[in-house]
Design a protein around this ligand. Structure first.
Ligand SMILES: Cc1cc2nc3c(=O)[nH]c(=O)nc-3n(C[C@H](O)[C@H](O)[C@H](O)COP(=O)(O)OP(=O)(O)OC[C@H]3O[C@@H](n4cnc5c(N)ncnc54)[C@H](O)[C@@H]3O)c2cc1C
Length: 314
């Protein structure tokens, strides 16, 4: 790799596509030397630190209007479509999204500071693989909409992260949008209560990547029985993952003290952080277990309290 100073004096060509098709065509034509730029916040950090080489070509996505905006999906079905270029600031402030999916809002709230959130996009954060948003979106069963050699296709975020864990080598195409499906398979009645939580522990409280993050989306039926639950955890250089054994332990059961104690042990067992020379692995396992068990305890308490007509948070 050339010295950063040497790279600085080489100016990459900059392309400004106005459609997703055009952006993907440029990438195909220009090949591995071309890089998509969304908010540029991560790329800039990587270039300045000499972690990745300056590319020969930049494909600036800022003019691709179809990759912006938050609203219902274009195709049949319910849920939300978030354009990949939606800024983290908008994810935090969009009133409809915040009401429908407080997890997205909460994750956006704790990423970096306002100046970064105004530029950084949800797509760029997900594709960084270790950002806070991927953990939140995993707990929501989000889908990624790619434009690639096969055309437009939807892929579960969990499937792409699994491939990345095996070292598949990054985004397979242009990420155009993220879909949040409506929650299916849950008996929603007047007694069903949904809760969600996103917690992050870093070396500082804010403006720093997570050491541990956890996201939780849970529905309680009458009597405090867990009808549906999704738990995801990440942090450090670990690619976030669902904690499916911990979820299975809770499903169909009442979140009482004994079950929460078993859950605490299950999370410590299942959460698998990558080694970090500065943070002890046992500390990270314990922290993840504490965050998940405390969030479920609070959710169960609120569900019991609101069973007689109160509001749930998700
Ligand atoms: C000071 C600072 C603090 C930060 N704190 C946090 C934090 O607390 N938590 C956290 O999670 N992150 C944090 N980050 C990282 C930040 O989240 C990411 O920098 C940001 O979300 C990336 O979005 P972006 O739009 O700027 O991506 P870019 O830098 O533009 O792109 C990132 C990568 O994704 C690719 N890419 C982008 N969009 C697309 C697309 N639509 N299709 C295909 N490929 C694409 C790019 O080619 C590049 O490889 C911080 C960054 C900074 C600079």
């Amino acid at each position: 790799m050339a010295h950063p100073q040497e790279q600085l004096i080489r100016s990459p060509s900059v392309r400004h596509p106005s459609t997703a098709e055009e952006a993907w065509r440029l990438k195909r034509e220009l090949g591995a030397g071309a890089v998509f730029v969304a908010g540029g916040t991560l790329l800039r950090t990587q270039w300045e630190a000499g972690l990745v080489p300056y590319p020969a070509h930049l494909i600036d996505l800022a003019g691709v209007a179809e990759m912006t905006g938050v609203g219902p999906p274009d195709t049949a079905g319910s849920g939300w479509r978030i354009g990949a270029l939606t800024s983290l600031a908008e994810c935090r402030s969009h009133p409809g999204l915040a009401a429908a999916s407080p997890l997205v809002k909460e994750a956006a709230r704790v990423i970096a500071a306002p100046a970064v959130r105004n530029l950084a996009t949800i797509g760029g954060n997900v594709l960084s693989r270790t950002g806070d948003m991927a953990t939140a979106l995993l707990a929501l069963d989000a889908q990624l909409i790619w434009l690639d050699f096969a055309g437009t296709l939807a892929e579960p975020l969990s499937a792409w992260l699994d491939r990345e864990r095996e070292g598949s080598g990054g985004a397979p195409g242009l990420l155009t949008a993220i879909l949040l499906p409506a929650r299916d398979g849950i008996t929603v009645n007047s007694k069903t209560r949904r809760y969600c939580a996103f917690h992050k522990v870093g070396r500082r409280e804010a403006f720093i990547p997570p050491v541990v993050n956890v996201a939780l989306d849970v529905a309680f039926d009458e009597g405090g029985v867990v009808a549906d639950i999704r738990i995801a955890a990440g942090g450090g250089t670990m690619i976030p993952a669902r904690l499916t054994a911990a979820e299975a332990l809770m499903r169909g059961r009442t979140a009482d003290a004994a079950l929460l104690s078993a859950l605490h042990a299950a999370v410590q067992e299942e959460y698998a952080p990558k080694p970090d020379p500065l943070v002890d692995e046992a500390f990270r396992r314990m922290t993840a277990a504490n965050l998940v068990a405390a969030a479920l305890w609070e959710a169960g308490r609120d569900a019991r309290a609101s069973e007689e007509g109160g509001e749930s948070c998700c």
